[in-house]
Design a protein around this ligand. Structure first.
Ligand SMILES: [Mg+2]
Length: 162
């Protein structure tokens, strides 16, 4: 069986993500749809509630302002934390386009720090994965271990642009 591989880009800041999204240009349907992870992507793991809300809302505002972006979704597997614009307990990587209200044709970019949740979601949706790791030094051991496991599936599911 051969697997269809999707593009992956490794970046270290939201500014890099912005540059990639701008460079990708609009698709035929006025997209893409951006799906962001929250923890360790838009906010440091364990950020205080107020800081978390302000970082998540700030990122949504910033990316929604781009003319070539159809929609911005923040999808966390974590608990509800009082940010009404974010989807909590999001069941990554197994959630569906239907549950997120996306048509089958919408092109999708997933941005996140974890291959095994965010990356596999991008792969399932046939989208692009932007792998954002901004704080390798201070991340919790569990996050680092998960990311190390994720490296094994990377070559199977993703292709890096030369
Ligand atoms: Mg994360």
């Amino acid at each position: 069986m051969s697997l269809r591989r999707v593009p992956i880009h490794d970046v270290s800041s939201l500014d890099d993500v912005l540059d990639l999204v701008v460079a990708s240009g609009p698709d035929a349907r006025g997209g893409p749809v951006l799906i962001f992870d929250a923890d360790n992507t838009l906010a440091p793991q364990g950020a205080p509630r107020d800081e978390f809300a302000s970082l998540v809302n700030g990122a949504i505002d910033r990316f929604e302002a781009l003319p070539n972006v159809a929609r911005v979704i923040v999808l966390s597997n974590g608990p509800e934390r009082g940010v009404s614009r974010m989807i909590s307990r999001g069941n990554k990587p197994w959630t569906t386009r239907r549950r997120l209200g996306l048509d089958t044709g919408a092109s999708i970019i997933v941005v996140g720090d974890q291959i095994l949740t965010d990356g596999i979601l991008a792969w399932r949706f046939g989208g692009m994965f932007i792998h954002l790791v901004f704080d390798k030094e201070r991340e919790a051991a569990r996050q680092a271990a998960l990311r190390a496991i994720g490296r094994f599936v990377t070559t199977l599911l993703f292709r890096r642009k030369p």
